[in-house]
Design a protein around this ligand. Structure first.
Ligand code: AP5
Ligand code: MG
Length: 216
């Protein structure tokens, strides 16, 4: 099965996909994480990507498509993918369909986490990501503690795009460029809309039930 986790910045896509990956033995594909990794390399491409991310703009489709092609060629990941924050434009959605089709795969469902702008801003401004294990925490809503996180607190980091100005721009980009894709998936009967304001575990229970019903 291949799943898309959809939603605005700060909706909880990364948080939920980490939990789904563990329970269902899937492989997470976060284009945001892949781009941040490329940006760290300080190449010409990496510098260009960092500039766009820090502005809250989308990275060009061509760069994203190249990242995705490499993953889809990996046979050990066939039908085990959970896409976090991808696709983000209609063109990316159509390319993904085509690429999956070429490898006899398809999207099984699209889980859309619906959260309003005020909540996502507060979530993003409190986010802390562990640079060692990749887990995501929140100063206000979901702090890192000894019982939920085994790494040292020195690894907790704030993303460079997690500031108020960039978050507002990211949200605007989402409304203009990404949200319109939902109709594309609705028309294919793949869309599940989920209240992303709920508690993290409650949302996960809802997602677990949807995925389990797909497996049956
Ligand atoms: P990306 O890294 O994908 O960022 P995003 O879509 O803006 O989403 P976030 O990662 O900020 O939020 P999330 O939904 O994962 O929430 P999280 O679980 O962390 O992309 C970054 C940039 O890369 C883009 O702006 C763009 O420039 C570029 N890019 C990426 N993909 C691209 C593509 N395909 N095409 C073009 N450009 C692309 O949770 C947020 C916080 O809230 C955490 O602190 C968490 O602990 C907390 N939290 C989560 N759920 C809850 C809850 N239910 N209740 C309370 N708190 C919660
Ligand atoms: Mg994320």
């Amino acid at each position: 099965m291949n799943i898309i986790l959809f939603g605005p910045p700060g909706a909880g896509k990364g948080t939920q996909s980490n939990k789904i990956v563990n329970l269902f033995n899937l492989h997470k594909v976060s284009t945001g994480d892949l781009l941040r990794q490329e940006a760290k390399n300080e190449t010409i491409l990496g510098d260009k990507i960092k500039l766009l991310i820090d502005k809250g703009s989308l990275v060009p489709d061509e760069i994203i498509n190249n990242l995705i092609v490499n993953i889809l060629l990996n046979k050990s990941l066939f039908n085990r993918l959970i896409f976090d924050g991808y696709p983000r434009t209609l063109s990316q959605a159509k390319t993904l369909d085509q690429l999956l089709n070429n490898h006899n795969q398809k999207i099984s469902c699209v889980l859309s986490l619906e959260v309003d702008e005020k909540i996502v801003i507060k979530r993003i401004l409190g986010r802390q990501t562990c640079t060692k294990c990749g887990l995501i925490f929140n100063k206000y809503f979901n702090p890192s503690t000894k019982s939920n996180h085994s790494c040292d607190s020195k690894f907790l980091d704030k993303r460079s795009d997690d500031n108020e100005e960039t978050v507002l721009e990211r949200y605007k980009t989402y409304i203009e460029k990404t949200l319109p894709i939902l109709d594309f998936y609705k028309d294919q009967n793949l869309l599940h809309q989920i209240n992303g304001d709920d508690d993290i575990n409650q949302i996960f229970e809802e997602i677990r039930a949807i995925i389990t019903s797909l497996e049956a």
